[in-house]
Design a protein around this ligand. Sequence first.
Ligand code: KG4
Ligand code: ZN
Length: 360
Amino acid sequence: MPTILGIESTCDETGASVVVDGHDVRSNVVASQVDLHAKYRGVVPEIASRAHIENILPVVRESLENAACSLADIGAIAVAHRPGLIGSLLIGVTAAKTLAWSLNKPLIAVDHVQAHLYSVMLNHAGAERSVAPDFPAIGLVISGGHTSLYRINTWTEITRLGGTIDDAVGEAYDKVAAILGLGYPGGPIIDKLATQGDAKAFHFPRTLLGRESLDFSFSGLKTAVLYQVRGVPGKKRESSTHAGVQQSGTPRSAAPDSSITHTVENVAASFQNACIDVIVKKLDRAARKTQARSVIIGGGVSANRGLRAALKDFRLPVHFPPMEYCTDNAAMTAGLADVLLRENRTASLDLDAITYSAIR
Ligand code: KG4
Ligand code: ZN
């Protein structure tokens, strides 16, 4: 029953977590930097690494306190060493190596993308265990940095089937939120607004990239939203259908046809509907091609309520992480490290931080 301390610092969240047996999350501390990056509407790498330096030790201390354990109780130190922002990764990797060396405990190197997939296995300590997916499974990681499909034979044998050729889906959510003048990160805000809008109000494109492709593209969808909201560049706005989008059903006072009101909610719902359609279609294709027995979805966008509802009756069992383990966290790092430790896959103290995933 190894007790593993996990460390996460791949992007803009500093996380530390204590997980027992690869399932039971005793603590999961995440210091979010959202407020620091919000005014730039995206993550600024230099600001992120400086904040990781400030946060890492308090976060580790808090995670041990919350788990009611000391460093002496920890059996191994796990760190997400890839993929991510190099300056951010280095802080977590350095902290993990220092702890492993000074405590003389094994160091375990975890791929953050692989850990997002593993997050479906996590549960609060004492709660009922999550149901393990049947393999082979289709894996889908949807986040701010990734939109990729995988074939999962075991938690450590994963091959990539396809991925985005431009924007990640979470990135599209964040950019559309910026276009609409909403906050950052955009995903949760759009997800909420979408429930109040008409998903058929605007027909945005669903880019499928040919009949068999398992790749994704979201930049056309993002541009379509931009043109809908701001108008097509160089083209005069002739009709009310190209009028700007307004907040919450506010009537357009100067508009020629006040019966047409374009709300932010309608754009959010129509955009989200287009994203979901594409994701469901690609999962369907992957299911046909791989004869998989289940689907595993992880990453920040897996928190999306519209997507969860759309996949309720999918033809394979679909496994989502508990809500708190969708976005970046160290519990998934410590959880997957348990599997790696059992396979004796420990890392040496010259472990590098790497910007790309091993299963890219
Ligand atoms: O996994 P994550 O925390 O970080 C990366 O590894 O990228 O994912 C963050 C992304 C952001 O783009 C955020 O807008 C999106 O996940 N996100 C959502 C939702 N919650 C977070 N997107 C859609 N619906 C949500 N409910
Ligand atoms: Zn992530």
